[in-house]
Design a protein around this ligand. Structure first.
Ligand code: GAP
Length: 494
């Protein structure tokens, strides 16, 4: 599996397009097409339902992207949210200094009359002993000393572009939650522990974005700030540490529940020297992307750092009154922080399969039924028979009230099934001659349709009257085998 395969499928089938493509594209910016927006909405909806609506200890928030500039001074982003950057003196390209050793490098070796070699990651040239002090792109220019580059996008509020008008596009959604801590606490009369969740856009002027939607300059985060009383203990352990463990387990289970294969998921603890300036402990959930094991979500214990910083810089108290101990405390924060785009990429990559069916290749996206961008396709077997087409349209309209349902009659049935497989549609419903009968021969139809299962390619025949309830059972999680056992198997599969 390589990323090009996914990028090409995404473009061909309307998931993701390069931004501003007709103008030559804008680096690292991507647009979600008709199927991409459905898939992304489904990922966000599943996250919101499971982490906010189904939990008694969680509430939601939607804060603005532009915030008071002092927020970023207090949070530490103005001073610390930097990456070390080096420039090539020859081709002027820029690179992150801390990742230079991660990849092989191209070297024009002076000891071999300028012959070009690819030197393995982190190693010196075998011939001249040079280490990577040369540009990883052109291989010729010397690199400058690293200097710190702030990743926040600067902009101006209002018509005057001077220092007083400077503000920033938020680089994380988290700060919108911290500055609203007291508003949410008071308005919702919450008791610790509780969490506030938010989904929204974040912006980072990454030095080296890339790998499709894995690292972009504009992306969407799904973040939780879970506030815990630091004086509490759970099973003899500080409550913040116990909740940190619980969230790590919960978040791993969430990815598995929506179909990511366990062998493609792992946890990675941050070493002390890589912890963010606010973190006591961070564990990353990593996914085995086509580019290798990489971060999907970070789960940090941010302690009381942010609330204390904002209290100090704003002059407003951001504490919680502990009724039991009759004292004000600054809660600790556990932060499960996921990327919506990165999650979508993981679900796409994990769902992708190439199978052989009767000697032919079938590409299928085995999406979890709740994530699939199209849930049902209604397909007429013959588009020249008006009764078949009308019945199929009527079924589509009825089902579309509950699920994203499409109608397609632009090819023969076998090809229509393959097209739906390739975008991961879990069920297709076919209307045929038997359904509607043939008035010319005074034959009445049986008013039954065929449901085809994407994964097994099996088919069952059910009365139109029961179609919605059968599909309802399937979408609520009843297995195909059980539903099929109670229905008539239809002939054929494909
Ligand atoms: N509030 C904590 C925070 O923002 P982070 O590890 O920098 O932590 C959290 O980001 C998640 O946001 C990452 O695990 C990733 O899924 C996503 N993310 C971060 N930078 C990204 C980028 N440039 N492009 C796409 N997703 C990104």
């Amino acid at each position: 599996m390589n990323m090009e395969l996914i990028v090409s499928l995404c473009k061909r089938r309307g998931f993701i397009f390069q931004s501003s493509e007709i103008y030559g594209g804008l680096g690292s910016c991507w647009d979600y097409g008709p199927l991409g927006v459905e898939l992304k909405n489904n990922v966000k909806r599943a996250w919101w339902r499971d982490n906010v609506q189904l939990r008694p200890d969680m509430v939601g928030l939607d804060a603005s992207i532009l915030m008071h500039p002092r927020v970023w001074k207090a949070s530490g982003h103005l001073d610390h949210f930097t990456d070390p950057m080096v420039d090539c003196r020859a081709c002027q390209r820029r690179f992150r200094a801390d990742t230079l050793d991660d990849a092989p490098w191209v070297h024009y070796c002076p000891a071999t009359k300028g012959n070009k070699f690819e030197v393995p990651a982190g190693e010196p040239c075998l011939h001249c002993g040079a280490r990577r002090t040369l540009c990883p792109a052109c291989g010729k220019g010397e690199l400058t000393e690293p200097r710190q580059f702030n990743l926040m996008f600067k902009t101006f509020m209002g018509p005057v572009e001077d220092e007083a008008a400077v503000t920033y596009l938020r680089p994380e959604t988290a700060q919108g939650i911290f500055v609203n801590f007291d508003n949410v606490l008071q308005s919702m009369r919450l008791k610790l522990p509780f969490g506030v969740a938010q989904i929204g856009k974040s912006f980072r002027n990454e030095i080296t974005p890339g790998n499709f939607i894995f690292r972009t300059r504009e992306f969407e985060q799904m973040e939780i700030e879970y506030f815990v009383n630091p004086n509490d203990t759970i099973g003899g352990r500080p409550a913040d540490e116990a909740w940190h463990e619980r969230w790590i387990e919960d978040r791993l289970a969430w990815y598995r529940r929506y179909g990511l294969r366990p062998e493609n998921l792992r946890l990675r603890e941050h070493e002390k020297d890589e912890l963010a300036h606010y973190a006591k402990r961070t564990a990353d959930i990593e996914y085995h992307f086509p580019i290798g094991w990489s971060e999907l979500e970070g789960i940090a214990n941010r302690t009381d750092y942010d609330l204390k910083q904002h209290a100090e810089w704003s002059g407003k108290s951001l504490t919680y009154f502990d009724e039991e101990r009759k004292t004000h405390v600054v809660p600790y924060v556990i932060e499960p922080s996921a990327g919506a785009d990165r999650s979508l990429l993981a679900f796409l990559v994990d769902a992708y399969r190439e199978e052989e069916v009767r000697g032919e290749k079938r590409v299928v996206l085995r999406f979890h039924r709740e994530l699939a961008p199209i849930r049902i396709a209604v397909l007429p077997l013959l588009k020249k028979r008006a009764e078949i087409v009308e019945t199929a349209h009527a079924i589509r309209s009825r089902l579309a009230r509950r699920w994203v349902t499409v109608y397609d009659d632009t090819a023969a049935i076998g090809r229509l099934y393959r097209r739906q497989d390739e975008v991961g549609t879990p069920y297709s419903v076919t209307v045929d001659v038997q359904t509607v009968g043939d008035p010319a021969r005074a034959e009445v139809g049986d008013q039954k349709v065929t449901i085809r299962d994407r994964d097994s390619m099996e088919q069952i025949r059910v009365p139109i009257d029961t179609l919605e309830s059968v599909l309802g059972r399937l979408f609520e999680g009843d297995s195909w085998e059980r539903v099929a056992a109670g229905s008539a198997r239809a002939e054929g599969s494909g």
